[in-house]
Design a protein around this ligand. Structure first.
Ligand code: HEC
Length: 274
């Protein structure tokens, strides 16, 4: 027993050290510890929030960031924002997709179809960098898995790696640099102490209060829009989360019943040996 406890303690310490290393970009501020509906073992996505988050992505972020691992049709699948098939057809068509080559050997643009993926607005990486002061806007499909946000040991263990918190913190974390910091800041960059890749980010603050109008009349402050779009990006990174959780729960119930049955079978088989 003592040995087991010791092993457990070492394993836990190891985990904490690893998590600490992952988050230790010099001087980066911890992510803001906001909470979401989808955290914890029974948490689910809030469909209204995912729909609002989609709208923020579409109207603001999509002019720079692609989501190459997400298809439009995913938006009507179980466990997602719950758009209807008709709605998805209509919203896919608002994107322009480069396709081809056609019969004349040339590539051509056409409206998006539900089977298409969220395209990049730029023809290639060079065009993207040229339009953004030398930095390429990263694909956002998996950003909430790629960038963990450190927001406290217990949060980290219980609520997940903090990817959505990281995105929220970057979007709401622009600060006025002190004179000292300003002197170091390269031309065309912005000061954001939450950004994982140094404090200077090439993305100008993308959100301003009231920018997107939501159909459900929900608040559209920078804070509210940042929550909604970060929740949406948590879904794009793990569209099957709800299925995974309910399957996991069923498996636990199954194992509990199985353990009980095995216990009684054992008792019965060994009954006359006692
Ligand atoms: C005008 C173009 C533009 C818009 C609009 C824009 N971004 Fe960005 N974004 C960029 C660029 C460029 C970078 C890379 C910054 C760098 O590397 O310095 C970036 C970086 C990011 C990062 C940090 C990625 C990392 O490496 O940690 C996140 C998160 C992000 N954007 C999310 C968003 C979201 C969400 C929206 C919509 C609300 C948005 N962006 C709108 C251009 C844009």
């Amino acid at each position: 027993m003592k040995k087991m406890l010791k092993t457990l303690a070492i394993a836990t310490a190891g985990l904490l050290v690893l998590a600490g290393v992952a988050s230790a970009t010099e001087g980066q501020k911890d992510a803001k510890a906001i909470s979401y509906s989808f955290e914890g073992p029974f948490g689910t996505f809030d469909k209204g929030q995912l729909q609002r988050g989609y709208k923020v992505y579409k109207e603001v972020c999509a002019s720079c960031h692609s989501m190459r691992l997400v298809s439009f049709r995913n938006l009507s699948e179980h466990g997602g924002p719950g758009f209807s098939v008709e709605q998805v057809k209509a919203l896919a068509a608002t994107f322009t997709v480069n396709d081809g080559p056609g019969n004349d050997g040339e590539m051509f643009d056409r409206p998006g179809l539900p089977s298409d993926r969220f395209p990049s607005p730029f023809a290639n990486g060079q065009a993207a960098a040229a339009a953004n002061g030398g930095a390429v806007p990263p694909d956002l499909s998996l950003i909430t898995k790629f960038r963990p946000g450190w927001y406290g040991t217990f949060n980290q263990l219980l609520n997940g790696i903090g990817g959505p918190q990281y995105v929220y913190s970057v979007l709401t974390g622009y600060e006025e640099p002190t004179a000292e910091i300003k002197a170091e800041m390269p031309e065309g960059k912005h000061y954001n102490p939450y950004f994982a890749n140094g404090h200077f980010i090439s993305m100008a603050p993308p959100l301003v209060d009231g920018q997107v109008t939501f159909d459900d009349g929900a608040p559209n402050t920078v804070d509210a829009m940042a929550r909604d779009v970060s929740a949406f990006l948590a879904w794009t990174a793990e569209p099957k989360m709800e299925e995974r959780k309910s399957l996991g729960f069923m498996v636990l119930i199954y194992l509990a019943v199985l353990a009980l049955l095995l216990y009684f079978v054992k008792k019965k088989i060994w009954a006359d040996q006692h």
